[in-house]
Design a protein around this ligand. Structure first.
Ligand SMILES: N[C@@H](CCC(=O)N[C@@H](CS)C(=O)NCC(=O)O)C(=O)O
Length: 212
């Protein structure tokens, strides 16, 4: 039995999609972000970074959303959400997951928490405007990859697609949203009809209508 410490539509969404998609037994434990519970002494024992998500299983606590995704894919390889060891697609899986987490997600964090990235409040609109451009640049790279590909890695759905869906949803409010990109918009429309995305979005109260 897995326990996923989560908050709706946060970085816990990708692991939640995987747990659901693989039909694993799991319990969702809400971390009350509004009450800053991710910084409580009890939660910090599980996740010293004080961030959401954390996955707990067999007494082991694991944090960092992509690490949790990789762990679930490797522990349950029968679902084919990560290319097999030796496959030429496997390094590309790590490339794209890292790009998503380390570039797109990192830029989104600055965009949504601009006050953490300036000591002059009057410059916050400038931080947001600059980030909108950097996010659009990252989305353009992804859009290019999706030209002629059904999924990020080609013909097969992988954990990268669930991770991308999470970040694309977060990117909807930016100036040049994912829906401005032809291939990305078509891909997101398809993904939004996937039963896993439909079920988990309903559970986390995520509105899928913008994608349809
Ligand atoms: N690199 C971490 C980032 C996690 C993260 O930033 N989570 C946000 C929610 S989406 C959070 O916990 N924010 C609360 C805080 O910064 O105090 C991951 O990918 O798991």
């Amino acid at each position: 039995m897995y326990q996923l410490y989560y908050y709706p539509n946060n970085a816990s969404l990708a692991p939640h999609l995987l747990l659901h998609h693989m039909g694993l037994e799991y319990e969702l434990v809400l971390v009350d972000k509004k009450a800053n519970s991710q910084k409580s002494p009890e939660y910090l024992k599980l996740n010293p970074a004080g961030r959401i998500p954390t996955l707990v299983n067999n007494g082991m606590a694991l944090f960092e959303s992509p690490a949790i995704c990789i762990h679930l894919c490797e522990r349950h390889p029968e679902h084919g959400l990560i290319p097999e060891l030796g496959s030429q697609l496997r390094p590309l899986f790590f490339q794209w997951l890292t790009y998503l987490n380390n570039t797109l997600q990192a830029e989104l964090m600055v965009r949504y928490y601009p006050h953490r990235h300036t000591n002059d409040e009057s410059t916050i609109p400038n931080v947001i405007a600059a980030q909108d451009e950097r996010i659009a640049d990252a989305l353009a790279v992804i859009d290019n990859q999706l030209a002629g590909n059904t999924y990020l890695l080609g013909d097969n759905l992988t954990a990268c697609d669930f991770f991308l869906f999470m970040l694309a949803e977060w990117s909807l409010p930016i100036k040049k949203s994912p829906l401005h990109f032809v291939h990305l918009a078509a891909y997101l429309k398809r993904l939004s009809q996937h039963p896993t995305i439909q079920s988990v979005s309903a559970l986390e109260d995520i509105d899928l209508t913008p994608f349809q």
